[in-house]
Structures are given as C-alpha cells and as structure tokens.
Design a protein around this ligand. Structure first.
Ligand code: PEP
Length: 246
C-alpha cells in the first residue's frame, strides 16, 4: 500500500513569533508533493502564521466539550478558527502531567473528528512496561479505548507511536524496533476496519533528528514522524523533512 508522508512538529510550550517567521521561510523551500508538513505550535501562535504557506497547522490538545465554562480550555472550533486542521490527542505528556485517561482521550478524538479536525492519536509504552514486555498490551489498550466503540474514526485518524522512554531523551527507538511496533499497530487495527488500517498514517516519535530519520523512514510501516526538540531548529527540521523521499 502506497501511503504519502506526514511530518509533524510538536513545539510543546516553546517557540516565539520570531520562530514562526523563520520556520515559515525555511519550510518554503520544501517541495515534495508526497509530503504533508504540519506544525503544531502553542495555540497562541497559530494566528501568527500567514495563510499562504506550504504546511498545515495543528493544535497540541483540545477540549472534549463543544464550548462553555471551561476556563483555559480550547475547543475544536476555536482551533479551527485560528487555522488548525489537525490536533494532537493523547500525547504522553498530557496523559501523565494532566492525568488524561484513555476514556478522555477517546472523547477528545471523537470531538476532533466531529468538528472536522484530523486527530493524531499518540500511543506508547514506558521504559518499565517495555522491560516487562508489556509494550503490545499497553498499545492495544490505548487503541482499543478509542476504536473498539467507534471504529469509524480510524479512517479519519493519524496515529503516532511514541515510546515514552524515547521522548526528549536523545535515545530513539531503533528502526527495527519502531517497525516491529508499527507493524503490530497496523495489524491490531485491522479488526476495526481493514481498509482503514492499511491506509492509516503511522508516525514515529521519540528523539527523531537529522541523523536518525532516514533509517526510520526506510521502514515499511513508518509514514512520517512527530518531532519535538528537533522541530524547534528550522534547519534541522527541514533536513528531516527532506529525508522523506518523493
Ligand atoms: C514528542 O514529544 O512528541 C517528541 C517526539 O519529542 P522529541 O522529538 O523531543 O523526543
């Protein structure tokens, strides 16, 4: 199955108006028709991007509610109005630091799809879970929480495998290990919708940089990357994007 690439930047609580301008001009040189570029900056920066650009914008999270008295929250509609067409859901930092449960992640993903945003669902295991050989069990639980009761959402989703031990540590999963888990994810998803499982984009995230991305991108079931730290450096992020072959 021929799938196109998606390379997404997660700026987390970093960036500035200056980085918006610098990144926009560096990415303007990338012309790969098989590659969708995506930047997920802090929500306050979304409106700073010009509408004429060669990449999409996304939020880093959203509320599962439509609107109302939820101080500090951001709805799908607000993100869209600010220019977002994607949104990250269930990032491990939100699952851990904001106590987002599997159920809440499922509700957020459903809300994103209902509003017309493409969700990027993050799944992945801790170091301890890997050592206990529970990686597949944990990921299956995270996937089942979303798709068992709403399998129709798979065709509208992107999924990012982000081993927690690899996020921000400089220790990426090896290409072989990442491929093994991506293959497991794709296989597991066939029970919900076999056609969608074959088509769904599976991103790898966890210390992706200019040196390790090419080997990751050679793996059959890796369709791109979710990049944290290296996405704050325009030249390096452009190098990563240029490693996705046409
Ligand atoms: C992330 O947090 O989504 C991420 C992949 O971060 P990093 O690339 O810095 O490991």
């Amino acid at each position: 199955m021929q799938r196109t690439w998606l390379i997404a930047a997660n700026w987390k609580m970093n960036g500035s108006a200056a980085l918006v301008d610098e990144m926009t001009s560096v990415l303007a040189n990338i012309t790969n028709s098989q590659l969708q570029l995506l930047l997920c900056p802090p929500a306050t920066l979304l409106c700073r991007f010009k509408t004429a650009r060669n990449f999409a914008l996304g939020g880093q999270t959203l509320s599962h509610e439509v609107s109302g008295a939820y101080t500090g929250e951001l709805s799908a509609a607000l993100l869209q109005e600010a220019g977002a067409s994607y949104v990250i859901v269930g990032h491990s930092e939100r699952r851990t630091l904001n106590a987002e449960s599997d159920e809440l992640v499922a509700a957020k993903l459903a809300r994103a799809v209902a509003a017309g945003l493409t969700p990027i669902l993050c799944v992945g295991e801790t170091q301890m879970q890997r050592q206990q050989e529970k990686t597949q069990q944990v990921i299956a639980r995270q996937l089942d929480a979303v798709y068992a009761s709403q399998p129709e959402l798979l065709a509208k989703s992107v999924i990012a495998y982000e081993p927690i031990w690899a996020i921000g540590t400089g220790e990426s999963a090896t290409p072989e290990l990442a491929q093994q888990t991506h293959a497991f994810i794709r296989q597991h998803l066939t029970q919900y919708d076999a056609a969608a499982a074959a088509k769904v984009k599976l991103l790898y995230g966890g210390s992706v940089n200019a040196d390790n991305c090419s080997a990751l991108f050679m793996q059959t079931d890796i369709d791109g990357a979710l990049v944290g730290g290296a996405s704050l450096k325009p030249a390096e992020f452009a190098q990563i994007c240029n490693s996705a072959k046409e």
